[in-house]
Design a protein. Structure first.
Length: 183
């Protein structure tokens, strides 16, 4: 259940990992955590620093990875649940949010190429643009398979999920173009 009714909210729900993956993860050590539901001691912020405000997204992932690198232990607890409801109401908002997610996630991966998923996304803006349809198709396949069998409507909504993935990877291309211009 996505919380908010409507097609755009449903698409966002199907496009995010939290509702599907978090309950399946085992309690224990983690490489990074989401601030959707995060508790830490003041010392963590004092030693790690603040969120990187240059990142459009993944500032929580970056923060917790830096905390891990500083020697703090990260632990995931699946019993500590929080429900976040979608704030998108229209398809345009969904596509805009997906572009924003792609931009911020790509910024993060460019800054942390050691992250395992970073290898899946080229740093070259030209390569990103050339591979955009294939990356979007792969992303759509991942979303549909990951949401089955508990969300069978993912199959019917796959053309719109594909359009969302095109937006995501367009944002990634924009991030890599800017990143490479600044290097």
């Amino acid at each position: 259940m996505s919380g908010r009714a409507g097609l755009a909210a449903r698409l966002e729900y199907l496009s995010t990992d939290g509702p599907v993956l978090s309950p399946l993860l085992a309690a224990g050590p983690a490489r990074h955590l989401s601030t959707s539901n995060l508790i830490f001691k003041r010392e963590v912020v004092e030693r790690t620093g603040c969120f990187d405000e240059k990142l459009a997204m993944c500032e929580d992932r970056d923060f917790t990875a830096r905390a891990r690198d500083a020697g703090f232990r990260l632990r995931f607890e699946p019993a500590a649940r929080v429900t976040h409801y979608s704030s998108v109401e229209r398809a345009g908002e969904y596509f805009s949010r997906m572009r924003h997610y792609g931009y911020g996630t790509s910024q993060y991966f460019a800054l942390r190429p050691d992250e395992p998923l970073a290898r899946l996304f080229p740093k070259s803006a030209a390569a990103r643009l050339l591979l955009l349809p294939g990356l979007a198709a792969a992303g759509t396949g991942y979303l549909v398979l990951r949401n089955l069998p508990h969300c069978p409507d993912a199959v019917l909504l796959s053309p719109l999920l594909f359009a969302g993935q095109l937006s995501w990877h367009w944002g990634g291309w924009q991030a890599m173009r800017r990143y490479n211009q600044e290097q």
